[in-house]
Structure formats: structure tokens, C-alpha cells
Design a binder for this molecule. Structure first.
Ligand code: TA6
Length: 300
């Protein structure tokens, strides 16, 4: 399969397919600047984003599974149609599904793009009786990575969905990191029975388990990774909600695919739509959401 993917979609010096961890099919996009990103077809799961200087900006657990039966722990899990718990598997089935490649290209401006797709199957219909078509575009430039998600309702009936890019950022030390730009916004505290609060701080810092769903927040946020002297911008469109998560010590210990100490080196800033309550898509209607990650400062 990998040879066929390479033949059809590979582009010399820009798009390459290979067997990744445990032989899972992986596509690597490489920009002329040296920046790169890696995407597994399992879950359309971005697992790596490296700056032109080679700095890894995403976190993947050393304990992560790489198997058809499990989600990859880290990078950018694509969450659809359900966020969190509910009648479907936790965080939905998209991150557990085998996506296919719809296209690849190197654009005139030198950016490198790949589109992956997932349509309803008998297996998804058995779980969730709605026909859909999902597309994820990954677009790599020198200092930015943009993910664009499209959800198309190909069913004769409306359906409700939630879509989230559950991004795990690598940081030098979570206690020397801050999420900036959420002051004054409303959040649901998942650790306090979804208590509704207003964020008083202009910087979210981490000194314990943190799991908050911020609603209708500004479209530009920042992650300061002070331990690395790095600042990342998170710019979004059509994705009003953001979850900020760090499992801290006890939850880290309870996650079998996550090292007990690994909470120190990651912060999740997750962008998406309808995290508090699903949104409705009419038959034939298309929803689109986009998040761009930008390296604003990096001493590397
Ligand atoms: O987005 C935060 C969260 O919902 C946390 O509550 C935690 O469960 C995390 O996602 C990871 O979920 P997962 O199913 O990937 O273990």
C-alpha cells in the first residue's frame, strides 16, 4: 500500500510515504526551508511538526500505541463527531479510522499541502447512523502549519456533531508555560462538574490537573513555552471553542499510554466547534474550521 501511495501521491523532496511506527502508513511533508510535518493515515493523525531548525513542536507520548485499535497519544487527534464521553467511543471514531489520501501538491508559493478524507462506512454507520464526508487539509509553510477540516452532511437527515483538533504541544516544562488570550472568557471546568466560570487570568499556568472548555474565545491565542524561549501563535477560524488540558500527576498515572512523568512536557490547547453542545448540520450542508499554528519566536 505504501508503494502505491508513494507512486500516486509522492512528490520528490516534498511528500514521502513510509512505514511509521508498527508499520502504520505515514506521510511526511517537507518544506524547502527544512520545516516538516508527519501525518499517519490512521486517524489522519499529525504526530510531528518541526521548525526549519529541526525543533519538534508537538508532543507524542513514548508510551503511545500505534495500532488500528487505539488512538495515537499526542500530536493532533482529530475528534469527530463526539467530544469527550457519550454513546460513541471517547472522542468519537474519526481518530480510530483509516483515512485515505485525496491529494497532494506543492503550491507556487512553496507551501506543501496534503488532503486526507474519511467517509461514512458500514462500521461508522453501525455506530452513528449518519452519512458524512470529512476532509482534513494539512498545509505546511516555513513557520506555520495549518489544518483545515471540512464536514459534509451527505445524509438525507440533519445530524449533530462536534469537531476538535486535540493538539498536544511539546514544552520544556509545563510549569514554565502559559496560554495567553483567554482573560474574561467563559469556561466549563471539567474537573468541577462542568461548573461555568469566567477566566480572571490573562495567563493560564499549570500547577495541577487542568481541564477547561473555553467558549467563544478570541481567534488568536498564544502558547508561551518559556523553558524553550519559544512563543507559538494559535490562530483559528470557525472554531470558537478551546479546551486547555494538562493531566498532571494522578491522571498521568492512570493513562496506560502516557508516561507518569510526561505531563511535565506537554500542554494541550484544543481548538474546535461545539465543545459544550453539538451543532447541527443540515443535509448537503458543509462546515469548515481551520487552525494555524505559527512559530512567532524561537531562539533555536
Ligand atoms: O480534551 C481534554 C480531555 O477530554 C480530557 O478530559 C482527557 O480525557 C483528554 O481529553 C484525553 O482524552 P483521551 O480519550 O484521548 O484519553
Amino acid at each position: 500500500m505504501i508503494d502505491a501511495l508513494q507512486t500516486r501521491y509522492g512528490i520528490e523532496g516534498a511528500i514521502a510515504f513510509s512505514a511509521g511506527n508498527n508499520g502504520l502508513a505515514r506521510m511526511v511533508l517537507t518544506h524547502a526551508s527544512g520545516a516538516s510535518t508527519a501525518v499517519y493515515l490512521h486517524g489522519a493523525h499529525v504526530t510531528s511538526w518541526k521548525s526549519p531548525e529541526g525543533a519538534e513542536l508537538f508532543f507524542v507520548s513514548r508510551e503511545s500505541h500505534f495500532s488500528p485499535q487505539h488512538p495515537i497519544r499526542g500530536g493532533i487527534p482529530v475528534i469527530f463527531p463526539q467530544f469527550g464521553g457519550g454513546p460513541l467511543p471517547q472522542h468519537g471514531f474519526a481518530r480510530l479510522s483509516e483515512w485515505s489520501v485525496a491529494g497532494t501538491e506543492v503550491r507556487a508559493d512553496g507551501s506543501v499541502a496534503a488532503v486526507l478524507q474519511l467517509s461514512s462506512t458500514p462500521e461508522t454507520l453501525a455506530l452513528w447512523p449518519h452519512r458524512f464526508h470529512l476532509e482534513l487539509q494539512v498545509l505546511l509553510r516555513e513557520r506555520t502549519l495549518t489544518l483545515t477540516v471540512q464536514v459534509l452532511n451527505t445524509d438525507p437527515r440533519p445530524f449533530d456533531f462536534t469537531q476538535v483538533l486535540h493538539t498536544y504541544f511539546r514544552v520544556a516544562d509545563c510549569e514554565q508555560a502559559a496560554v495567553v488570550g483567554l482573560q474574561g472568557t467563559t469556561y466549563l471546568d471539567s474537573l468541577r462538574d462542568d461548573a461555568r466560570e469566567t477566566e480572571a487570568r490573562d495567563e493560564i499556568r499549570f500547577a495541577g490537573e487542568t481541564d477547561r472548555i473555553y467558549l467563544n474565545v478570541p481567534d488568536c491565542l498564544h502558547l508561551r513555552d518559556e523553558g524553550n524561549g519559544r512563543v507559538l501563535a494559535i490562530e483559528k477560524q470557525g472554531m470558537p471553542d478551546v479546551t486547555v488540558w494538562n493531566p498532571w500527576i494522578d491522571k498521568a498515572r492512570r493513562m496506560p499510554d502516557f508516561g507518569d512523568d510526561e505531563y511535565r512536557w506537554m500542554v494541550c490547547v484544543e481548538t474546535g466547534v461545539a465543545m459544550a453542545a453539538p451543532t447541527t448540520l443540515a443535509p448537503g450542508q458543509r462546515w469548515q474550521g481551520e487552525t494555524t499554528f505559527r512559530v512567532e519566536r524561537d531562539p533555536a
